[in-house]
Design a protein around this ligand. Sequence first.
Ligand code: AYL
Length: 529
Amino acid sequence: DGQTREYIYRSKLPDIEIDNNQNLARYSLEKVGDHLDRPALIDGTTGLEYTYRETELLTRKIAAGLNNLGIQKGDVLALLLPNCCEFVLVFLGSAIRGSIVTTANPFYTPGEIAKQLNACRTKLIVTQASYVDKVRDLGCTIVTIDSPPEGCLPMSVLMEADENDCPQVEVDPDDVVCLPYSSGTTGLPKGVMLTHKSLISSVAQQVDGENPNLNIVADDVMVCLLPMFHIYSLNSVLLCSLRVCCTLVIMHKYEISQLLELIQKYRVTVLPVVPPIVLGIAKSPIVGNYDVSSVKVVLSGAAPLGKDLEDAFIAKLPGAVIGQGYGMTEAGPVLSMCLAFAKDPYPVKPGSCGTVVRNAEVKIVDPETGDSLPHGQAGEICIRGPQIMKGYLDNPEATANTVDKEGWLHTGDIALIDSDEEVFIVDRVKEIIKFKGFQVPPAELEGILVSHPLITDAAVVPKKDEGAGEVPVAFVVKAKDAVLTEDDVKTFVAKQVVFYKKLHSVIFVDSIPKSPSGKILRKDLRCLV
Ligand code: AYL
């Protein structure tokens, strides 16, 4: 009858009941009653610890403190922090208050920060003294976790508030709780509205149920070396560890010998990483000097991990199982997770990004015809479920281009699913460049380039790189008779962006190839670098 069959893929694990109609903070700390004296958060540098009892109380104090500072339900506050205990406490305190946390990289330039914080009408910033000068002009209340510079408030206004001062806040499951920024499949960074329901669902899909996909338990010790301002760490590390009441050892910044020391000292069992860290450990000559035998699970995500690297890594940590998670900020973020991490594990293949999480549906869509494809055929991977974003902030058009009318989120990644239900990412059709797992949005760099008076047109594309995965490379059209060197262009961009968005090289050309509608033909450029 001309009707094509829909091929929809599901987890091998049965769906579970998810109580996603509650506050994210309540869900995350639901089980603390049985673990009150267990360390929840340990600062890896200072050794300072917060038990689950202290953590739970502090989140309520912070909710009250935010309320005292005039933060209302639905207001946005920004966390501009390196990894630290306060990040976790304020994130949850804000959820209790019913407000929204936007996260940004503290290494961002003032310009990058201003764009994001103004766009989402940030009221309050929690940061550290050394970053205050970047945000003074934004008209926000500023709280610092260390000694406050003039005009800023000390962290005690939050941590020492009376927990009874917070009004009872009813949250709707579709209220936004977290607003990370992502450029998605095209264009500039946009606010990704993640709700209480999305994040509860995503965490539950990973660690809840009789046979959790990611089997972590209260006795586990997880190390948090990935930046909490990125949704990978915020969700799969921070929220998942709180949900199961295990101990989170926090690193302010990643450094391999400190990581190895912490693994040995705290008997770390779960190690969430990105591929460049896997590479660093695989190549490191010092791993053998430490007892790393406690590590059971190594979760890699945010960028592709090849088989050779996996093998080289496991030679250094023979007691561990390594596998991947595949995520995208807009997807809540986890789409698929390695089933070797399940309580009753399944065999998995190297290079696989796992199997779609439970309580969700995936399909592989032929980009030409829009038809869904059977096992073994590659196409755009799309996901549907309670965990995906509500949409982009103030941008219904971009939302409609990403989440279709039937609720499918289109990722811009090309994947196939094999007959064992394992997902393999084989290509990317969206613009985004990934430097060590960090997003580098070409449109942002192109905007900066064409703002230069001697540049008339520009396009930025990824180039493969062993250490970083990909690096950004620019094609630049100079104005007539302009004198402009590669270094001039690189410096001009470098002053305006965080380190990982810096141009690796510049290629001068006469024109940028474009489609009749004016879209940059990135494919034609990618093969030139
Ligand atoms: P964003 N393999 C290949 N590419 C990947 C993978 C992977 N395992 N994971 C993410 N990507 C790429 O929004 C892919 O192109 O979120 C995807 O669309 O910064 C893009 O990165 C999304 O980049 C986890 C595990 C979260 C991973 C994540 C990734 C979040 C990255 C939670 O448990």
